[in-house]
Design a protein around this ligand. Structure first.
Ligand code: BES
Ligand code: MN
Ligand code: ZN
Length: 485
């Protein structure tokens, strides 16, 4: 779907979208043959301009039958405009309509951009494997024309478009099945970031073995697919920012549980166990795409967790890159084994002040927080507050969880330095404590457990059911607000 900017409504418009507020509604004058008829129709539909209301009707305009969509927002609420844009597209995406217009004469440039952004995000879907989709259920919309917004729209829009491109990459990586996206092909799908100026390096399994990443490689050894570490570097400061902020993503391209195998029911969901890595890759695309004035490194630990004659066993002791020995009690607690080596390597290599990891780490976080918030664990109140604020601003919401010594001792091992699972209690917290043991003194660290937010079983404001793209908007905003001055 192409986003266009115009002064006048194009003659071929099939859909006209209008955004109103409670206070603007009564006196709102539609640029239609009969504005009164629009009000009368809305009245029958009980549309009163209350934020969140929306309604579609058919009308005759210029001798043609078109759709008119009314959407109500709270004045100035960015999230509401995004939702309205998403709703506009959701209502007409497969309707047969091609040319959608957003009448933006009454909107600020920012409000118009937020609306077009929401529409773009919501428009994404994956149809490549549906070979028998009927003509009437295929997406029909080809353009969204923003009409009459202040000219500043055209300077604002490219950054929004770049973030939407990043979210789209994340949704794509998360949606693809595990026979298509595995460590090597995940890397391939991200190579195009080089065209945006991202410096890409890849560690293969031999290099990781040399570095001593026994924890990450222990997970990978049950799979025919070799592990990879994908590193994406973006420096938009020309060297002015000395140390990068580092994002690390869990990229388990499929999680069977390994020898501690998962039950069959629902196991297909574990294709999206690379959602942390997907969010990191999408964020790097967004930042480079909008030429963010910040120095950021994204690291993805990519493995597949399979049961096999060569797979690691419960009880195995592996040695991580920082020398700590780990008793692998449960091979299904593999994400932390991947992340501990990735986190250690990233700290050794980039010496960051701040490191943030994202991972679909525990089912327990879904029990705690459901699908509304991801879990936020941090050793630094300031960092936690900044992330939480970025979450509220973007709708990628976070909720802080506790960590501390009483939880930490639950993962002491009788045979090694640490074990990879604690008791049933506080499962998300002990997972975070495990990661925390690999964070160097003085480094500000946050761990985001995104197991509940990566995938949705129903449509949301800016996604169709399936991959939500969670994390890209969050991290992009975190960078914008705290590093770009
Ligand atoms: N990838 C899973 C966590 C998960 C579960 C994500 C459900 C999304 C939905 C992770 O690797 C895992 O298996 N965790 C175990 C940990 C347990 C063995 C301590 C879990 O949550 O059951
Ligand atoms: Mn697992
Ligand atoms: Zn997992």
């Amino acid at each position: 779907m192409e986003i266009r900017f115009a002064g006048q409504r194009p003659a071929d418009a099939d859909v006209l979208g209008f955004i109103v507020t409670k206070s603007s509604w009564d006196g709102f004058v539609f640029p239609l043959e009969s504005s009164d008829a629009a009000h009368a129709t809305a009245k029958v539909a009980r549309f009163e301009g209350a934020a969140g209301q929306s309604f579609l009707y058919f009308a005759q305009e210029g001798g043609k039958t078109i759709r008119i969509v009314l959407l109500a927002v709270a004045e100035g609420d960015a999230g509401d405009y995004q939702k309205a844009g998403g709703e506009l597209i959701a209502k007409v995406q497969t309707s047969g309509a091609k040319s959608v217009v957003l009448h933006a004469e009454n909107l600020s440039a920012k409000a118009a951009a937020e609306t077009a952004y929401g529409a773009t995000l919501r428009n994404w879907r994956i149809d490549k494997y549906r070979t028998k989709l009927s003509e009437t259920s295929k997406p029909s919309v080809t353009s969204l024309t923003v009409v009459g917004a202040p000219a500043e729209f055209t300077t604002l829009w490219p950054s929004y478009a770049a973030i939407a491109d990043g979210v789209a990459l994340t949704k794509e990586l998360v949606s693809e099945p595990a026979n298509i996206i595995y460590p090597e092909s995940f890397v391939e799908r991200c190579q195009h970031l080089a065209d945006l100026g991202v410096e890409i390096t890849v560690l293969d399994d031999t290099e990781m073995a040399k570095l001593g990443m026994g924890a990450l490689l222990g997970v990978a050894q049950g799979s025919r697919k070799p592990a990879r570490m994908l590193v994406m570097k973006w420096d938009g400061t020309g060297g002015a920012q000395e140390k990068p902020v580092v994002f690390v993503g869990k990229g388990v391209t499929f999680d069977t549980g390994g020898i501690s195998i998962k039950p069959a029911a629902g196991m297909e969901d574990m294709k999206w166990d690379m959602g942390g890595a997907g969010a990191v890759a999408g964020t790097m695309k967004a930042l480079a795409g909008r030429k963010a004035k910040a120095y950021v490194v994204g690291v993805c630990g990519l493995v597949e967790n399979m049961p096999d004659g060569n797979a690691q066993r419960p009880g195995d002791v592996v040695t991580s890159m920082n020398g700590q020995t780990i008793e692998v009690i449960n091979t299904d607690a593999e994400g932390r084994l991947v992340l501990c080596d990735a986190l250690h390597w990233a700290q050794e290599t980039y010496n960051p002040d701040t490191i943030i990891d994202l991972a679909t780490l525990t089912g327990a976080i879904i029990i705690s927080l459901g699908k509304e918030h991801a879990g936020l664990f941090s050793n630094d109140d300031g960092l936690a507050a900044k992330l939480a604020a970025a979450g509220i601003a973007t709708g990628d919401k976070l909720w802080r969880m506790p960590i501390g010594p009483a939880y930490d001792k639950l993962i002491d091992s009788p045979i090694a330095d640490i074990k990879n699972v604690g008791p049933r209690d506080a499962g998300s917290i002990t997972a975070a404590q495990f990661l925390g043991r690999f964070i160097k003194d003085g480094v500000k660290w946050a761990h985001l457990d995104i197991a509940g937010t990566v995938w949705a079983d129903k449509d949301g404001p800016t996604w169709a059911k399936g991959a939500t793209g969670y994390g890209v908007k969050l991290l992009d905003r975190f960078v914008a607000d705290n590093y770009e001055g």
